[in-house]
Structure formats: structure tokens, C-alpha cells
Design a binder for this molecule. Structure first.
Ligand code: M6R
Length: 592
């Protein structure tokens, strides 16, 4: 997965490409590269690491057209040679690619036998050479012939030194958008329409092996048989520019602090006269007899909490599935599928949505990013309104997701109120006020390399989410367990070097978790408890306690989550990790 960008037009292609890549870096930052044409020749510059590295070492000065890439490595190590753009063996083509060519090995073998020499370990170089092999003067025709031999999912953009005024692009399953201005002075290609640099453009999206020839202010689209097709264009709201840290040291910390306000934005205006109303829903989803939530990572954890809400508040049988597994499961008829994704671009989630829709299920999206793929492919979408989340480690999106899910359960039940929910922003402020103390505690625990996080009922997915935060940004081993499950095996790992972080805010199960804590204490584990104020006795068992405001069980994930986020943040800080862009990750994972 990766981000691809391209520019032909009145502005400086090189500078525009760099600006575009800045917006796409969330899709990967293992390496970055730009290629363009200068006086009929291809010029390329690529660097391992983030875009800032490329900018420091930029060897390009002027380009007539440009394509750019930000990489999250799939095939081949993170090395300069494996960085995109890739060139064919004749140095005529430069190509940037998002996705995976599944049969690249067989294609490579065949071409090697025909004398093609390869320089990299990537599937992209194979695609580039395949197009080169079929090239006989018509670039679009060469791409079309190559596509018929390629298995997998992809979006790519390429330029050819004999075609100075065009970029050819194609897409199968991976997102690719092309924007043209009203005056027809420029064309932009991007993996994400939100990376159109705030320009007002007429935008089209490529799908299903469509190929486009992109020229200055002009786009010609063809289907896989090379028949020209007229694509509908859309006018999207121009994005509001690059977000800032607003004085915080990291985006993650800023986003943690935004939560009292982002949670409010998620419920304000959506509960009127005792009823929940989602402004963007034209379809009524309430005839479903059960609900299946799908998502990945943090969004899957939100789905797990959503399933509890639906059962407890609306009496609707519900469960969650990790999106990459969901597509293989059988679902009863009349199940509503709710796909949760901050970015709306996660490939595992999008593939599951497509599969569920092809089987006839209604799919509702819950998403933060407008105009994303998820929002276009579902039967309706509820937006989080959390604003751009920059840090790879998701924080405010999660608490907005569970706010929307809480409302969603009330929408299903047709009754209830949001009085307790309205108290949550103030309760989160109380947790944020404890930041210096949490930092102090985190410092103490930052020397350990293994952790168990445990909780019951609402605290089970909450502790899984907190463990994910810690491992993602601190690179320590942290596993979230249902507290009752520890004694069925994992407890064998416990010793005085293996802390347990206990999430105790679920009243219904508090006696049981206290017993579980005694069990791990008896085996020497250092214990940090996150506990509601009434649970005073916990301080006799735990070594450290973070005290949380009292609330109902369904709403208990909020304060506990924020405390867990701060704990992970300060452990990572103490360990000197790259908090906003942890190694090996990307904000949006666009390959399966
Ligand atoms: O954009 P999505 O919500 O679909 O992303 C899903 C996961 O990749 C994401 O939540 C990931 O687990 C986060 N980096 C966790 O902080």
C-alpha cells in the first residue's frame, strides 16, 4: 500500500508533487520518490525514510510533469533501490504503484527468460517492465495489454519519455482519483481526493481496470477493452489545509486533548425530542434482526464495544468480526453489517464491505474521512466529525466512534436519553488533569518489555485497545485479555517482570476482577489499576492506581481509554520512540 500522486499543469509540477505527497504520507513513510520528465528524459529522485529526507536530498530542480510516491513496503526491503518510482529496463517508463501484483513472480520468470534484467525485489518493477514489453507507440494500449496479464489489486500512474504531455493511470480495487480544474489548466492524480491541495476540481474515480490518459486539463477514460467511457465527475469540498500541532509536542498528544470536544461534536445535534437522528442517513437500517460490526485495529475494538451497546441498550443480538476474517464468515439473513473505519480506506474493511454487499447484506459505514472509499461504497454513512486525525496511533477517532455507536444503539432502541453521555467530556477533562501523574506512573513502567492488560465486559475491548496503543508506539509486548481468561494459560508468563494493567471500571464485574488481581499479585506481577473512585480497596492490591470518574458500565470505556492513551504516550516518550509515525506502520493500511 502506498500513496501515489501526479501533476500536469500550470503550477510547478515538482513543488506540487511534494505538497501532494505531504498529504499522502499517512499511507506509508518507508520511502518517498518523485519522477518527471526534463527535456525528453526521465529524472528520478528517491530516498529511504520520510518525505522530509527526500526534501533534504532533492536532486531534481525542474520537471515538466511529475509523479510521486510514498511507500509502505510490501514486496522487498526498505532500500533505496526498492523505493518507487520504478523504471523499466529500457529507462523509458517511470511508474508509481499502490497495491499488490499477486502473480509478479511468474511474470518475472517469464520476462527474465526473455532477457529482461531486474534491479529490485518489487512487484512494481515487474509491472513496469510488462507495460514496457507491450509498448508499441501507444501507452494506453500497452497498459491495457499488461492489465490482462496481471492478477491482484492496484492503482498506478506512469509516464513515458516519448509522451511528454501525459500521465497514464489505471486502477483495480485500489483508490485512484483524478481532478481537473474548471479552466482546464491542470490535472491532478491522487490516491486520496482529500490530497487535492485545497483546489476546487472536478473529480472522477477509477474502478475495475479502467485506464485514463491524463493531460493538462483533460482526462480520457477507457474501460478494460479500450472503449472510451464518459465518467461522472464530482465536486468535493476543498480540504482545509495542513493540520498543526497547536503547541503540543506530538499530534497524538494534541488529539488526546481534543477528545472532550470531538466527543461533543459526535453527539451534538443528533439527539432531538428523545430520538436519535443521523443527518446523513436516508435509509432506515432498523429492520435488521442482528448486527455485525467489522473493522480493523482500533476500529475493530470500537466495533466490539458497539456490539455490547446494541445488545445492552437495544436488545439486538450483535457481534464484531475483524474485517480481514469477516468476509469468510456466514451471516444470518437480515444481518446489518456496520463497517467502521477512521480513514475509510482500509483495504481489509473495503474488501469485506464489497463481499458483504455482493451477498446482499445492507452495509452501513461509520467513518471520519469524507469522500473516502468507504463512504462511496456503503448504503449509508455516519460521520464522526472528529477532524483530521494525523497521528498513526488512533485516539480521538476511537472515542468518536464509540460515541456514534452509543447513539446508534439508542437509534435502534427508539428510546433512552443521552444525559450520562453528555457528562463524558467533563469526565475526560478530569482524566486529562491527571496527566502529570500518569506521566510519572508511565515512567516507572517504561522499563518493562512485557505487559498484560486485562478487563471484563466493557473493559475487555477497552483493555485490548489500550494494549494496542502501547505496543504500536512503544514497541513493547502488550496483550489485552479478558481477565477471566488469564488463568487458562497466560498466567504462566507472570512474574515480577511482567506487569498487569487492570481495567476495573465495569461495575457489574468488579468483584471478579478484584479476585483476578489477587491471582496475579500472588504471582508477583507489578499491578497498575485503572479504577473508579468508589473502588478504594483496590489500592491495597495494586502498586499504582489511576482514579477514574464514576459512570455507567456502557460509558466506562471513555475515561479508561483516555487514561490508557496517556499511559501509552508517556511510555513511548520515555523510550524515545517516534510517536506520531511509529516504525513499520502507516495511518491507512491500503493492502490486504
Ligand atoms: O482507518 P481505519 O480505522 O480503518 O484503520 C484501522 C486500523 O489500521 C487502525 O485503527 C490502526 O489499528 C491504528 N493505527 C491503531 O492506533
Amino acid at each position: 500500500m502506498c500513496g501515489i500522486f501526479g501533476y500536469i499543469g500550470k503550477d510547478d509540477p515538482l513543488k506540487t508533487c511534494i505538497l501532494g505527497l505531504e498529504q499522502l504520507e499517512y499511507r506509508g513513510y518507508d520511502s518517498t520518490g518523485i519522477a518527471g520528465l526534463v527535456d525528453g528524459q526521465i529524472a528520478v529522485c528517491k530516498e529511504v525514510g520520510k518525505l522530509s529526507k527526500l526534501k533534504e536530498k532533492l536532486t531534481l530542480e525542474r520537471l515538466e510533469i511529475a509523479i510521486g510516491h510514498t511507500r509502505w513496503a510490501t514486496h522487498g526491503k526498505v532500500t533505496p533501490v526498492n523505493a518507487h518510482p520504478h523504471q523499466d529496463f529500457q529507462d523509458s517508463i517511470a511508474l508509481v504503484h499502490n497495491g499488490i501484483i499477486e502473480n509478479y513472480d511468474a511474470l518475472k520468470d517469464e520476462m527474465q527468460k526473455q532477457g529482461v534484467r531486474f534491479q529490485t525485489e518489487t512487484d512494481t518493477e515487474v509491472l513496469t517492465n510488462l507495460i514496457s514489453k507491450f509498448y508499441e507507440g501507444d501507452l494506453v494500449a500497452a497498459v491495457q495489454k499488461a492489465l490482462s496479464h496481471v492478477k491482484g489489486h492496484f492503482a498506478f500512474a506512469l509516464l513515458h519519455k516519448a509522451h511528454p504531455g501525459e500521465i497514464v493511470v489505471a486502477a483495480r480495487e485500489c483508490p485512484l482519483s483524478i481532478g481537473v480544474d474548471d479552466e482546464r489548466t491542470e490535472s491532478i492524480i491522487s490516491s486520496d481526493p482529500n490530497a487535492f491541495l485545497g483546489k476546487k476540481l472536478n473529480i472522477l474515480f477509477l474502478r475495475g481496470d479502467e485506464i485514463a490518459k491524463v493531460e493538462r486539463g483533460k482526462v480520457s477514460v477507457f474501460d478494460k477493452n479500450l472503449n472510451p467511457i464518459a465518467k461522472k465527475t464530482e465536486r468535493l469540498d476543498a480540504g482545509s489545509g495542513a493540520p498543526s500541532k497547536e503547541g503540543f509536542e506530538h499530534f497524538m498528544l494534541k488529539e488526546i486533548h481534543e477528545q472532550p470536544s470531538t466527543i461533543q461534536k459526535a453527539y451534538l445535534g443528533r439527539f432531538e425530542d428523545g430520538l436519535v437522528q443521523f443527518e446523513s442517513l436516508s435509509h432506515d437500517f432498523r429492520s435488521a434482526s442482528q448486527v455485525c460490526f467489522i473493522g480493523c485495529g482500533t476500529s475493530a475494538h470500537a466495533g466490539a464495544i458497539g456490539a455490547l451497546f446494541l445488545e445492552d441498550l437495544a436488545g439486538i443480538p450483535s457481534h464484531y468480526e475483524i474485517a480481514s476474517e469477516a468476509r469468510y464468515r456466514l451471516l444470518p439473513q437480515n444481518t446489518l453489517v456496520v463497517a467502521i473505519s477512521q480513514s475509510g480506506e482500509t483495504a481489509d474493511t473495503i474488501s469485506a464491505v464489497r463481499e458483504m454487499k455482493s451477498r446482499g447484506f445492507k452495509v452501513l459505514g461509520i467513518c471520519n474521512v469524507k469522500n473516502s472509499t468507504l463512504t462511496r461504497e456503503t448504503d449509508g454513512c455516519i460521520f464522526l466529525k472528529a477532524g483530521t486525525e494525523v497521528s498513526v496511533c488512533s485516539t480521538k477517532a476511537f472515542t468518536s466512534q464509540i460515541t456514534v455507536l452509543y447513539l446508534f444503539a439508542l437509534y435502534f432502541s427508539g428510546k433512552g436519553n443521552i444525559d450520562e453521555l453528555k457528562k463524558i467530556p467533563a469526565q475526560i477533562e478530569k482524566v486529562l488533569e491527571q496527566e502529570p501523574r500518569i506521566q510519572h506512573i508511565a515512567k516507572k513502567y517504561s522499563r518493562y518489555d512485557n505487559f498484560f492488560f486485562m478487563g471484563r465486559r466493557y473493559m475487555f475491548p477497552t483493555c485490548m485497545e489500550a494494549a494496542l496503543k502501547l505496543k504500536e508506539i512503544s514497541y513493547v509486548n502488550a496483550n489485552g485479555y479478558a481477565a477471566g481468561e488469564l488463568k487458562h494459560g497466560p498466567i504462566a508468563l507472570i512474574d515480577s517482570n511482567f506487569p498487569v494493567i487492570a481495567f476495573c471500571a465495569n461495575h457489574q464485574t468488579e468483584e471478579k476482577i478484584v479476585s483476578n488481581l489477587q491471582e496475579v499479585k500472588a504471582r508477583g506481577a507489578p499491578i497498575l489499576a485503572l479504577a473508579p473512585e468508589h473502588l478504594k480497596g483496590i489500592s491495597k492490591i495494586a502498586d499504582d492506581v489511576i482514579w477514574l470518574p464514576e459512570t455507567t458500565d456502557p460509558l466506562s470505556p471513555f475515561a479508561s481509554t483516555v487514561a490508557g492513551q496517556l499511559f501509552a504516550y508517556f511510555v513511548a516518550k520515555e523510550r524515545g520512540c517516534d510517536i506520531d509515525q511509529p516504525r513499520n506502520l502507516a495511518k491507512s493500511v491500503t493492502v490486504e
